[in-house]
Design a protein around this ligand. Structure first.
Ligand code: ATP
Ligand code: MG
Length: 404
């Protein structure tokens, strides 16, 4: 099939918006006679006038050939072999054109059959993610109608929605992610496929789902995303404790936290992002507060710090162990610590004891970051937050590694 080609005067992508390392990798591949394009989310974001998070490259060079061209390159992945070219902290992902599943193929497990550029886009998920960009001549190469869909704000799958969702159920979550992030329309066929294939989500990889979920918490569009997860019934399957909570009154506080996290992300693009443990804690902290209020209503007394400790870890355990998402142990430990430390920093009543012991904990910076998020939801916490913020900073000894 002949692709539609859009020339420089038909789009707004400028070389200055493209990462120079990505441009270097592209030109090096081309010098060696390979075809090489920018592809996927990077091209989509450039066309939407947004700053791309990552720049992915698709090429006719095989992974070993890419490796030979760049000293700073490693090959990763068994199911999906990729080259990572590293420049300092930044990684440019280079994948070889491959032919994907046909509409008839079932759940895909292997993905290493090389193919043509056209085959390579046909295996991708949505038309807006299926565009190539060639910076050498400023051309957009469009086999799937993604350019028009971007201008029309349409989210369309490449191929039949139900077939593509069955092949890789994570695509359903990605569908809601793009709807939440861009507000694009989805048509009736996708809506029907989402409800028809919903249960298939439990066949997908919990680690991949967790990564999509965490990325959405960091995206600035987590509130609409969780509304969509709830509306389409995915939350009940993936995170039942949260789904139940969100239907109760406390649900509105959870959404208020998500909104605060979104506002924080959008307002502080250059600042260090909120830690993933802080973001997950914002889903669970309202549950702890709820339980503590119940405790006061029942006993007429505040919970002791031992009781708070137990409740915090019980909520963490109930919510995260029953979830289909696979939360790594270390992340869970940070979340438990954040939850239990909050009531020490800001007791339900009585004076705040500055320099509470928790302030010397090696993960205190996480508790403090959560307190800053809390102060956006509940301004009465601001004063306490400011008090702790001024304590001299201890270097943090532990950091949560980001999954790639
Ligand atoms: P983000 O902005 O969150 O990074 P993205 O679309 O770039 O969004 P990535 O996970 O970085 O998402 O994937 C890069 C590209 O790989 C996508 O744009 C899409 O073309 C393709 N892709 C990713 N996940 C899938 C999938 N599950 N099925 C088919 N193609 C996919
Ligand atoms: Mg991406």
């Amino acid at each position: 099939m002949q692709p539609k080609v859009y020339f420089a005067e038909q789009h707004d992508i400028r070389d200055s918006s493209i990462d120079k390392d990505a441009l270097f990798v592209l030109s090096r591949l081309r010098e060696e006679g390979f075809i090489a394009y920018l592809v996927g989310g990077g091209v989509r974001d450039l066309l939407m006038g947004k700053e791309p998070k990552d720049f992915d490259i698709s090429t006719s060079a095989r992974p070993e050939q890419v490796k030979r061209l760049f000293r700073n390159c490693i090959l990763i992945g068994r199911r999906f072999r990729l080259a990572h070219v590293r420049f300092g902290k930044q990684i440019i992902e280079v994948s070889t054109f491959r032919s994907g599943e046909t509409e008839e193929s079932n759940l895909i497990l292997r993905d290493n059959v090389w193919g043509s550029p056209e085959q390579d886009v046909l295996r991708r998920d949505f038309t807006i993610n299926g565009l190539f960009y060639d910076p050498s001549d400023h051309k957009i190469i469009d086999y799937v109608g993604g350019f028009k869909d971007l201008t029309l704000h349409l989210l369309r799958t490449i191929g039949t929605p139900s077939a593509r969702f069955r092949q890789d159920p994570v695509r359903m979550i990605r569908c809601l992610k793009f709807r939440a992030r861009f507000g694009f329309q989805i048509d009736q066929e996708i809506l029907s496929a989402l409800s028809e294939c919903r249960d298939e989500i439990l066949k997908s990889s919990p680690a991949r789902l967790l990564e999509e979920m965490l990325r959405m918490l960091e995206s600035g569009a987590s509130e609409p995303f969780f509304h969509l997860l709830q509306e389409f019934g995915f939350l009940d399957l993936l995170f039942p404790a949260l789904a139940i909570a969100m239907r109760r009154e406390v649900g509105s506080t959870i959404f208020a936290y998500l909104r605060a996290a979104d506002n924080y992300v959008l307002a502080t693009k250059e600042a260090p992002p909120l830690d993933r443990a802080v973001l997950v804690s914002s889903l669970l902290f309202p549950l702890l507060q709820d339980k503590l209020e119940e405790h006061i209503a029942e006993t007429g007394k505040e919970a002791t710090s031992t009781a708070i400790h137990e409740l915090a870890w019980q909520i963490e355990e109930e919510a995260l162990s029953n979830s289909f998402l696979e939360f790594p142990r270390k992340l869970r430990a940070f979340i438990g610590f954040i939850l239990e430390s909050q009531l020490r920093l800001n007791p339900q009543s009585g004076p705040v004891v500055r320099r509470a012991r928790v302030a010397s904990h090696p993960d205190f910076h996480l508790a403090l970051q959560f307190l800053s998020l809390r102060s956006l939801v509940d301004p009465s916490v601001t004063e306490v937050y400011n008090t702790y913020k001024e304590l001299p900073k201890r270097p943090s000894r532990r950091r949560l590694p980001k999954e790639e």
